[in-house]
Design a protein around this ligand. Structure first.
Ligand SMILES: Nc1ncnc2c1ncn2[C@@H]1O[C@H](COP(=O)(O)OP(=O)(O)OP(=O)(O)O)[C@@H](O)[C@H]1O
Length: 219
């Protein structure tokens, strides 16, 4: 579904590339973990496949169409959903309005369907009493579940997450990874997670480590 071809990136002020000649394939219905030491370029790689930045070398293809051809704005709006460590919800809104707004912006199939948004949130343990509370008054684990619910409500087939469990305790981490596995297996999406935590990586279907400018497959 998603393919990188000869992908390379370096920051302007750096002499060395972070990674180069990266040729990877990511499939629908599967989850992938990307491990690696701090500073190796995991977040940078994620920002390229999320369409937040452009490669210096090579290209990225979604179902054989280059992101250049799709257009990054279009790609970000319709094809990819992002989960961040710091949740990045609309802070002044409730969980329900966060989902309804995201569905409206992305013109999702279920746009405007409050009942659907409510069911997805309920399924993720956001009970009726929390649906209309300002998200700033939710715990970290609850906010991350809202962020995950948001990706479930949108139609994007690619879900990328940067350290999604970085701020969570053990129970919430387990719960969040269970949900990512559901997104991959039940919704048949492609889930790519950057993580420092080997336990989190082990729960994904495939594992890569970014080291020495290359991605090494571990599974
Ligand atoms: N905007 C930028 N300009 C210049 N250098 C940058 C920029 N962003 C990141 N870097 C550098 O690029 C390298 C890779 O950063 P990146 O955040 O992708 O690494 P990472 O593997 O995700 O690290 P961590 O695990 O600590 O989050 C680091 O050395 C970082 O300092």
């Amino acid at each position: 579904m998603l393919r990188t071809e000869g992908l390379g990136y370096w920051y302007q002020d750096k002499e060395q590339p972070l990674f180069q000649d990266i040729n990877l394939e990511f499939e629908e219905g599967q989850s992938y973990a990307i491990l690696g030491h701090s500073g190796t370029g995991k977040t940078t790689f994620l920002s390229l496949i999320a369409g937040l930045d452009k490669p210096r070398e090579g290209d990225i293809f979604l179902n054989d169409r280059s992101l250049k051809q799709i257009g990054l704005t279009n790609y970000r709006r319709h094809d990819v959903a992002i989960v961040f460590q710091a949740y990045n919800l609309f802070n002044y809104m409730s969980p329900l309005n966060n989902l309804l707004t995201a569905m409206a912006i992305t013109n999702a199939r279920h746009a405007g369907d409050r009942g659907y948004a409510q069911r997805v949130l309920n399924d993720l343990g956001i009970g009726d009493e929390l649906l209309t509370r300002n998200v700033q008054r939710l715990s970290g684990g609850q906010q991350q579940r809202v962020a995950i619910a948001r990706t479930m409500c949108c139609d994007a087939k690619l879900v990328v997450a940067d350290e999604p469990t970085g701020n969570l305790d053990e129970d919430n981490t387990k719960e969040v990874i269970d949900q990512f596995q559901r997104i991959a297996h039940d919704q048949q999406k492609c889930v790519i997670i950057v993580t420092h935590e080997p336990d989190v990586a082990a729960r994904c279907d495939h594992q890569y480590r970014l080291e020495n400018k290359q991605f090494v497959q571990l599974d």
